[in-house]
Design a protein around this ligand. Structure first.
Ligand code: SAH
Ligand code: DHB
Ligand code: MG
Length: 224
């Protein structure tokens, strides 16, 4: 691993130990995810803490997540909800969803969280039909090629003031140049174009370094 990455890991470890330490349920969720062979791509602890702080600052009661994996980010999000809050999380892989459900039950959050299996572009219309929205906070962290569609759905299921956070929008800097053969970059760039032209969204994005390398987040607010 590069010198730079070692330094980013050391600083993240320092922040995490002081401000976003693990606990039994979070540690168990990561351990069970690894044991089940899931990719180790969950948000870092200090990023999970950011999600939790944003949900709290927002006073969110109804949260949507697109891309559950083993439910690690889901635990951070759900813990920021009030006792009568609700979190719906969408996951394509039935195997990932099973791991997430077990992790959420172990964390005592299964009453608050609904893990829906299926391609999000199939399950999002069902949520709309059910009247599951409006969501106060949406975290987009699934297949990056569909980012423009996910932001469009997030907007459809929103209210004025809803916050939409999108993970992994920098990917080592690749976002800044067209990569016609990488659908993830093409999708994320199409999402930025869409947001830039959408008067109902007010947004920023920033680059981050840390234990997850060089990447970044987009944060958008639905205008009043
Ligand atoms: N939010 C998680 C990480 C999600 S990784 C965390 O930080 O802990 C991305 C997840 O999106 C994977 O589990 C993957 O299976 C899922 N995914 C990929 N394509 C999808 C799709 N079309 N619909 C829903 N989920 C999808
Ligand atoms: C990948 C996906 C993520 O959501 C992430 O945070 C990091 C990496 C990936 O697919 O490689
Ligand atoms: Mg991610």
């Amino acid at each position: 691993m590069s010198n730079e990455q070692d330094q980013w890991n050391a600083v993240d470890a320092y922040f995490t130990e002081l401000l976003a330490p693990g606990d039994e349920a979070l540690d168990a969720a990561l351990a069970a995810s690894t044991a089940a062979g899931l990719p180790e791509i969950a948000v870092a602890p200090n990023q999970g803490k950011l999600l939790s702080l944003l949900v709290r600052a927002q006073g969110a009661r109804n949260v949507l997540e697109i891309g559950t994996l083993g439910g690690y980010s889901t635990i951070w999000l759900a813990r920021a909800l009030p006792a009568d809050g609700r979190l719906t999380t969408l996951e394509y892989s039935a195997a990932h969803a099973d791991v997430a459900r077990a992790n959420l039950a172990h964390a005592g959050l299964d009453k608050l969280v609904d893990v829906r299996t299926g391609a999000a572009l199939d399950t999002l219309p069902l949520l709309a039909e059910e009247g599951a929205g409006p969501f106060d906070f949406v975290f987009v962290d699934a297949d990056k090629v569909n980012n423009p569609h996910y932001v469009t759905w997030a907007l459809k299921l929103s209210r004025p003031g809803t916050l939409i956070v999108v993970d992994n929008v920098v990917r080592g800097g690749r976002v800044a140049t067209p990569h016609p053969d990488d659908p993830a970059v093409t999708g994320t760039r199409a999402m930025f174009d869409l947001i830039a032209q959408e008067p109902r969204l007010d947004a920023t994005a920033f680059q981050t370094v840390g234990s997850k390398g060089y990447d970044g987040l987009l944060i958008a607010r639905v205008t009043d």
